[in-house]
Design a protein. Sequence first.
Length: 134
Amino acid sequence: LALTGQRFATFSLPDHAISPGDSWTDSVRYDLGADQSLAPALVTGGGAGLATFRFERIEQRGGAQVAVLTATGRVSAGAQDIVASSTLIVTATAQMDIDIVTGLVLRSQMEMQGPMATRLGTIPVRIRLVMQAR
């Protein structure tokens, strides 16, 4: 599972069938990848961590069966600059709603918070991303 640049792939599925209530853990990775546009401003170049995923439930919405999956995780981002030696911790929570029949993602939401290290110092950041199918 990778969070690379502005592409956020936040869900990992196990290699076996799952049912509501099941949970699993997988590694997560963050790096700037090919998108180096933020590199001059950021002190951190990437990091790794663990996320816990859970198949919460199946809901009926407008005639569709929808699987609701959630995730929580922490990423430890290491410094890319020898001047900055601190490690930063970013926490994230996410939810993805998937139409069971079509496999389409109906809604995806992720919130991330933690310090962002810049060359001018550390600032607190909270980001909320929401994508919804029309």
